[in-house]
Design a protein around this ligand. Structure first.
Ligand code: 6R9
Length: 605
């Protein structure tokens, strides 16, 4: 135990030396209590150290590493003809300017800044500027789906601002994107504009002179020199709300020092980062994956990344592969939801992608069907796939991360086993608290099994020691006393040629206790018939056993998903029961999918 502690501290201590600390840490590298029966839960890393996140990911790269002229981001707009690039030096300059803007607006260390923007360079500039002045950013996913859908972010923002309590938002800094203009702005209402330009009239946005400020106007006057705010390693860097797939989202707080070390190191080793790489993580910045593996991790390594504003199907389903070829992407990281979506259209749209070396997935368990397509078709059978499991609360199990599998009664299970996934020790970037509620922090993660961080996920360890995440415990299916994971049942159904996507939920049953109710989305060109339903039921019977055969299968044009692409099974459970009170739907990407699902319900006993 003592030896392990020394190794842990030496390992991270050595990595910490690669970064800039204004003052070093004093005492233990990591200080914590996971056992609520002994004392309050706390986790602290590198106490006493002072640093600045922005300095480490920008100034350090430009000044010490001489990477000023290296491209930080290739920005690819929603439309293929909109694109730009920004170097490390230019990014630093923009960030310094915006940090000065924030300071001029009265923002100081510890203040909270909410960010709601599409996937544009200004989004990265805004988050890094917060980090520079020591403000805590809280990003709300602003990209939604785009393609040919037009989303009025400013109007949505104004609605949100109306909901303030006693503390109204003082200023709203607005980026002019897609030629937006203020409402009643005479210059944009000229009737002699050609038709293409006239479309811009729709982009007129509401404007409140007391609150709203144009980004480009305040940036014009801002200076380029900006001293970073030196913060404690344990000062907050951001608050981010969880995906909300199983309940009301929790505001997860992360701190600076440990998060810097962990995202930088996991990015470097998991993706075998090389300086010549062009790396593309398709995640939204408003999701933890976008914070860690699109922004902080890659920038801390001086990497060149692609930042994509659009969707995989616009203007057509080859878009991802065209972007890979355009920028010669070497490392590509996406979610199972995107893979399943593109798989639906077959192999033909998948273009050359010769530059690819490593593929990654994150967000949900990846079904064998989707994994094989990703490996065979996208990766040409030569690119290894990194399946990275982690959470807003954690980051992927890695050197110094100690997972365990517990039984229902809390015993640690050895060897081949299935049960609750927990962690025995903290790692530098584990969450520090749930914003505004210590009780929720304690009850969500530490109460069920005192002494462990409880993830809420089910997990299986195979004979080779690999961990297989089987889905959220709250989504587990208990059929006649047999506990089944969603991943198990869904993977069996996915193997059918006609199926593009599937979600399995439990449904009350007078005899069995619970029965299985499945929602399936079909691939193009397939029809939902009684024969297909029988085939799908038989397939589960054959693969898992008669016990798991679904009682009900309904067609779903689309499944309800979070903005990060996770299936929201708790809503599907309600739909199967025809319950209209759906609970918290704040992270649902597209409300409109629900009505069709209610309409196509299968009558149940
Ligand atoms: C990064 C992220 C966390 C939950 C997590 C688990 C699921 C994430 C996964 C995965 C299987 C993977 N999850 N990665 N399940 N395999 N590779 O998604 O964070 O939005 O907080 O969600 O997502 O259920 O507990 P977050």
């Amino acid at each position: 135990m003592f030896l392990l502690l020394i190794l842990y501290t030496e390992f991270w201590g050595k990595i910490a030396k690669e970064f800039y600390w204004k003052t070093p840490y004093t005492g233990n590298f990591m200080d914590y209590n996971f056992d609520l029966t002994r004392a309050k839960i706390y986790i602290r890393c590198m106490q006493g150290a002072t640093t600045n996140m922005c300095y480490n990911v920008l100034d350090r790269n430009v000044n010490e590493k001489k990477l000023g002229d290296k491209i930080a981001f290739y920005w690819e707009g929603n439309k293929p003809e909109d694109y730009a690039r920004i170097t490390y030096k230019e990014l630093l300059q923009q960030v310094c300017k915006f940090a000065n803007v924030l300071r001029a607006q009265g923002i100081k260390k510890g203040d909270h800044v909410a960010i709601y923007m599409p996937m544009i360079i200004e989004l990265i500039v805004a988050m890094l500027a917060c980090a520079r002045v020591g403000a805590v950013h809280s990003i709300v996913s602003g990209s939604h789906a785009k393609g040919d859908k037009f989303i009025k972010l400013k109007e949505i923002t104004d609605e949100a601002l109306k909901l303030h309590g006693e503390n109204p938002v003082k200023k709203c800094i607005v980026v002019k994107h897609l030629k937006a203009t203020k409402e009643n702005d005479k210059t944009s209402t000229q009737s002699n504009l050609p038709p293409a330009k006239r479309a811009c009239l729709k982009l007129q946005i509401p404007w409140n002179e007391e609150v709203d400020v144009w980004w480009h106007e305040v940036m014009k006057e801002a200076g380029e020199e900006c001293e970073p705010e030196w913060c404690s390693a344990e000062d907050p860097l951001f608050i981010l709300y969880t995906s909300g797939s199983t309940g009301k989202p929790k505001g997860v707080k992360h701190t600076i020092g440990g998060y810097l070390l962990y995202t930088a190191t996991t990015f470097k080793y998991v993706f075998d980062y090389q300086p010549s790489d062009v790396y593309w993580c398709t995640a939204d910045v408003g999701w933890i994956t976008g914070h860690s593996y699109l922004t902080y991790g890659p920038l801390a390594n001086g990497a060149t990344s692609v930042l994509f504003e659009g969707v995989p199907t616009y203007p057509d389903v080859s878009r991802f592969w065209e972007i890979i070829d355009k920028y010669l992407v070497t490392k590509f990281y996406t979610a199972p939801t995107a893979i399943r979506l593109l798989m639906k259209y077959g192999d033909e749209p998948v273009k050359s992608r010769k530059s690819l070396k490593i593929l990654g997935t994150v967000g949900e368990p990846i079904n064998p069907e989707a994994w094989l397509w990703y490996y065979n078709v996208v990766g040409d059978r030569r690119c290894p796939i990194m399946d990275t499991y982690w959470q807003t609360e954690t980051t992927l199990p890695f050197f110094s991360v100690v997972p365990a599998i517990l039984s229902e009664s809390g015993e640690e299970l050895e060897g081949e086993a299935e049960g609750y996934l927990v962690f025995k020790k903290p790692w530098p970037s584990i969450m520090r608290e749930v914003y505004g509620s210590y009780e929720r922090f304690e009850s969500s993660y530490f109460k069920r099994f005192p002494g462990y961080f409880v993830t809420g996920d089910g997990c299986k360890r195979d004979k080779d020691g690999y961990y297989w995440i089987t889905g959220r415990i709250d989504d587990m299916l208990n059929i006649s006393g047999h506990l089944l994971s969603t991943a198990e049942v869904e993977s069996a159904i996915m193997e059918h040629l006609a199926v593009a996507e599937v979600a399995a939920v439990s449904h009350p049953h007078p005899v069995k206790g619970e029965s299985l109710y499945c929602f399936v989305t079909l691939k193009d060109g397939h029809e939902f018939t009684d024969e297909l339903v029988t085939e799908l039921k038989n397939q589960v019977r054959k693969k898992i056993g008669p016990i798991a055969a679904p009682d009900y299968i309904q067609i779903a044009a689309q499944l309800p998903k979070t903005r990060s692409g996770k299936i929201m099974r708790r809503l599907l459970r309600k739909i199967a029961r025809n319950e209209r009170d759906l609970g918290n739907t704040s992270t649902l990407a597209d409300e409109s999918v629900l009505e069709a699902l209610f309409k196509n319900r299968v009558e149940t006993i």
